[in-house]
Design a protein. Structure first.
Length: 344
């Protein structure tokens, strides 16, 4: 949050589309982003190892230390080490000793497990929605626990997500947006999904929307058109289902969080051909939604399979909604895909 604030105050955002303006700005942006995601991975990994010292530890995480071990990476490593220590200072129980650069490298590279169908594996996306982070929009820190290939626990921190609904039905765009932001969702298998503010309000139980009529539903999708087909989702939602509201396009698993509390009723992810989704992009989000009463499936109607290592199957379409809307949504997705493949 600190780095994003500095980034946004650095005045390198172009006014109109919130993207960096010059080549030098891109340098600043990608460096700051690298610091943030590696620091986040180091902190979460360090804390997990410390808390779970009595059991075997396996972590599947998105990032690795990469060039940090080389001569050219020393300045970056130094800054990341400082960022990690400055952050851990806030949490008194972890300030026993200052972490060295070696400790930080070790923590980052503890995330090298491949996961799989046996035993327990933690799954971490230290910054999900990197593009959103850069733009000053939505991003998430997503942590899940797999047990025998099944997600049994999920935590989703969404530092920029308003505590109030972001659904199109509840939004009055003319009102100034001085809403409070920063939500944390957590779900444990069989125990429901809870949300509290990042600064620590008491948790409230959340539920997915109970909308039955698709015309009243609003739907989420990726902000980035490279991550999902906006055309296909609009064909499905508007044409097949009669959804009236425009799509809510936001980055990261904040979509799962928002859906779990009923801000919108549908989330569609239609990746381009050949793409294999990573488990850390969906593990935490999926249990947050299912424990809130929702359903997360592929196009065959099966739950996502997190037991095959780092990836889901190639060409996995992800469909998220409540139980009542799922049958008509599945039908609409299948029909639209059919029509796309074999146009009349
Ligand atoms: N071509 C592609 N298709 C689908 N997802 C992609 C993609 N390229 C990258 N992604 C993933 O989409 C994630 C962001 O999802 P969303 O679009 O919902 O914000 C990225 O997570 P990271 O930002 O953690 O790398 C990345 O893993
Ligand atoms: Mg991600
Ligand atoms: Mg990431
Ligand atoms: Mg990434």
């Amino acid at each position: 949050m600190k780095v994003q604030k500095v980034l946004l105050q650095s005045d390198v955002h172009s006014k109109s589309d919130k993207t960096p303006v010059t080549v030098a700005d891109y340098g600043l942006f990608s460096n700051s982003t690298l610091h943030t995601l590696l620091s986040s991975q180091a902190i979460v990994s360090f804390v997990l190892v410390k808390e779970l010292s009595t059991e075997p530890f396996s972590l599947v995480a998105e990032e690795d230390s990469g060039d940090l071990r080389m001569e050219s990476g020393q300045e970056t490593l130094h800054r990341i080490t400082k960022l990690v220590n400055d952050t851990l200072v806030i949490e008194e129980s972890y300030t026993v000793a200052t972490l060295s650069s070696e400790d930080v490298l070790y923590a980052i590279d503890s995330g090298k497990s491949e996961g799989g169908s046996s035993g327990r594996h933690w799954v971490l996306d230290p910054i999900d929605g990197t593009k959103g982070f850069l733009r000053g929009d939505q991003y998430a820190i997503a942590l899940a626990l797999l047990d025998e290939g099944r997600v049994v626990l999920g935590v989703l921190a969404c530092p920029n997500l308003p505590l109030a609904s972001i659904g199109t039905n509840n939004k009055h765009s003319s009102e100034p947006s001085n809403e409070k932001v920063g939500c944390l969702f957590f779900a444990k298998v069989g125990e429901g999904t809870f949300m509290h503010s990042l600064d620590g309000s008491s948790p409230i139980k959340v539920h997915v929307s109970d909308i039955e009529n698709p015309e009243e539903a609003s739907f989420f999708e990726s902000f980035e058109a490279a991550h999902t087909s906006h055309d296909l989702s609009s064909a499905i939602a508007k044409v097949k289902l009669g959804v009236k509201a425009p799509p809510i396009r936001i980055d990261s698993q904040a979509k799962y969080g928002a859906l779990s509390r009923g801000d919108g009723a549908i989330y569609l992810r239609l990746p381009r051909k050949g793409y294999r989704e990573k488990i850390w992009d969906h593990a935490a989000g999926s249990i947050v939604v299912t424990e809130a009463g929702g359903v997360v499936t592929d196009v065959a109607g099966n739950p996502l399979d997190f037991s095959k290592g780092e990836h889901l199957d190639r060409d996995t379409i992800i469909i998220v909604t409540n139980r009542k809307l799922m049958p008509s949504l599945l039908k609409a997705v299948r029909e639209s895909i059919q029509e796309k493949v074999s146009p009349m």
